[in-house]
Design a protein around this ligand. Structure first.
Ligand code: MG
Length: 381
């Protein structure tokens, strides 16, 4: 079922200790808000509106770089105002499901979303909730009483509603009062909000020690995947070759439908291979006139965007060029710099190597050249 998301990242999160506001702190090298937005996008959200403090709009561009399907809007003075700003920015219809999610809950996954959408079919809202496991005490330093846990639940996010129903409930909410979640707003407006099984993984990072635990979980929730790519192109008439996104003067050219950059083609296939997304020929068929003479940069950046869309990120790349000539050594650092740029990596994560086949085979006879590439990508498990 199609749904949209609103991620609320406008708060200060002061209980998390000094430093950056919570949503912008890093967890496993990515800002917390990116985890939440990626989680909803990879669960199938058609759009995600991220609500940020007005002075953080530029930070959102940086934190969410490479992801498709999100927009950022400035929040208000309270959570209620921020949620309403997010709802107003959605492009979906009033009957469409909307999931409101705290940026500080980084581990949202498709299974959570599926449960909420299923429950929303028979209710005005649906929230993940966990039974209270610890014994509850009321008191101030000394226990005044033990509180019954009977029928007490901890409500998490994302919380699901139909857009029109939630907007109407907010209109009816008393000005100045501050709800602690969106279900509370719909409840007060007479709505029926279902509880679906929550998940400890939907925990909210509130205190500094929560970040320590989340770092451990973040490591466990990611896997490293390796992709491999090979390509070869034939030499033909010309005065230069394109290799690794760099034009290298040579007494011949390379023949191909696009610019025949075997280096970038091997890298593109390696990136696609790492996320099991097919091969370069499926994405950019040689039969398609659009790719005639095309610069191969766009093939590689498209593959990298597919990695980002899966919540993944590039880790490293290693390209080997196999030819007698042109000599690659003098151009090695230029190739590394260009490939690093296309992959969004620092140059020290990009290796370019060259070898010959000592005169043997098609590369040895200089009929053509070959490229082989290996990349590592880190993706959600
Ligand atoms: Mg090729």
């Amino acid at each position: 079922m199609s749904f949209s998301g609103v991620v609320v990242a406008a708060g200060q999160g002061q209980r998390a200790g000094p430093g950056e506001p919570k949503a912008w702190r890093r967890l496993g090298a990515r800002p917390l808000v990116r985890w939440s937005v990626e989680g909803l996008l990879s669960a199938g959200a058609r759009e995600v509106v991220v609500v940020v403090a007005p002075n953080r709009l530029a930070h959102a561009d940086e934190a969410l770089f490479g992801l498709a399907g999100w927009t950022a809007v400035a929040g208000g003075k309270s959570r209620a105002e921020s949620v309403q700003a997010g709802l107003a920015a959605l492009t979906c219809g009033a009957d469409e499901p909307v999931l409101i999610h705290d940026a500080a809950r980084p581990f949202v996954a498709r299974a959570h979303v599926d449960r909420l959408l299923a429950a929303l079919a028979q209710a005005d809202g649906a929230v993940p909730a966990l039974p209270v496991a610890d014994t509850l005490k009321r008191g101030d330093g000394v226990i005044a009483e033990t509180v019954s846990r009977d029928q007490l639940w901890r409500a998490q996010t994302p919380q699901a509603f139909r857009l029109g129903r939630l907007m109407a409930a907010y209109l009816a909410w008393p000005t100045g009062a501050e709800p602690t979640d969106d279900a509370g707003v719909v409840e007060r407006d007479g709505g029926r909000v279902a509880m679906v099984p929550g998940d400890p993984m939907l925990m909210k990072l509130t205190y500094p020690e929560d970040f320590l635990m989340a770092e451990q979980l973040a490591r466990a929730s990611r896997i490293m995947r390796t992709g491999f790519g090979v390509d070869a192109h034939r030499f033909g008439p010309g005065d230069a070759v394109w290799l690794g996104g760099v034009r290298i003067a040579h007494d011949r050219g390379l023949v191909g439908h696009s610019d025949a950059d075997a280096g970038l083609h091997a890298l593109t296939d390696a990136v696609l291979g790492a996320i099991a997304a097919g091969d370069i020929g499926q994405h950019f068929p040689p039969s398609d006139p659009r790719w005639k003479g095309a610069s191969s940069d766009q093939f590689l950046t498209h593959a990298v965007s597919l990695v980002a869309a899966q919540g993944g990120r590039m880790i490293s790349a290693d390209l080997t060029l196999i030819c007698e000539r042109p000599k690659i050594g003098p151009h090695r650092d230029a190739l590394r710099a260009r490939i690093a740029e296309l992959l969004g990596l620092p140059i020290d994560r990009v290796s370019v190597k060259a070898t010959t086949t000592e005169g043997m085979g098609f590369t040895g006879r200089e009929e053509g050249l070959m490229a082989q590439a290996v990349v590592n990508v880190d993706t959600p498990a």
